[in-house]
Design a protein around this ligand. Sequence first.
Ligand code: MRU
Length: 356
Amino acid sequence: MALEAIRYREGQLSILDQLLLPSQTIYIPILNTQHGYEVIKSMQVRGAPAIAIVGCLSLAVELKSLTFPSIDALVDFCRTKLEYLVSSRPTAVNIRKAADHLLAFLQSFQLGQPEGTAQAVESVKLKLIEEIEKMLENDVADNVAIGDHGAADILARTGKTRITVLTHCNTGSLATAGYGTALGVVRSLQKQNQLEHVYFNETRPYCQGSRLTAYEIVTDKLPGTLICDSASGWLMQSGKVDCVITGADRVVANGDTANKIGTYMLAVLAYHHNIPFYIAAPVTTCDLTISSGKDIVIEERDPREVTNLQGQELSPKGTVCWNPAFDITPAHLITGGIITERGVFKPSQLKAKLTA
Ligand code: MRU
């Protein structure tokens, strides 16, 4: 059975607890938005698309048993809950865009009938739940398109028939509704029998690579090798890497991209070694309201995520530590392009292509 980070069946939501992987495979039920907020904040679920989907589905399950006296009351309730969910983690834009979309969807019913009969209010609520449920299907379809566009572009650009990829963090089924973004490109290459190898970074401090990507690579029997983050430069110098592909948490109008800490370092190294560097991300990760990367808020997390590893202290008490969770890769270093479900674009073309 396919690896599922998010299970949603007959109105019930549960998530695979990513803090426990790979040693334990435990699904935890999510009953409401407060619970949704907590699992996002604690990173029991993580990855920009998965954060948005779990947040919105937690609203769907909470709504199920509630009734509202008017459409206005339903809209007010959803607005408060969505703002709360958006405040869980600041860097990934997907949950903000999903919240804005759902509110606009609701407001289209509010126009002209702010009160509504009990039946009309219930029917709007059910339509909203259906709209949220579509996110699961749409995300998988978008990821397959990203994977296929990315694979075609890389094959054309390198002129090779078998590709070795270096990737970072976890961008696969665990970070999305399924298939993945950067790891989706790897899956598409494998599907076409054109994946030579995938190297993946351990991705300190949360170890999305050594715990989560490794889990997906082993489960899917992909030809892959884990390396320390600090081995990336040496690997590139060896001439083994055909392209670097990472995901994104926010791609802004000029193409600057926020992604997991360490991505910028990889982009600089790829530039130095003349290796194409790609970002793979759905359009829901693109934020054209921000003009450049300097305006992206970078989440800083608890230093204990660095000084401790699974309850074990690595550093002496009193060690001062800085733990930014993301960094910004300037557009000029994204030499391969930005792979979306609509095609592969140069960073400088992104805004025009997405608004065309
Ligand atoms: O802190 P995380 O694990 O949520 O960060 C995840 C990443 O940076 C991913 O690369 C990004 O969200 C894309 S996931 C398809």
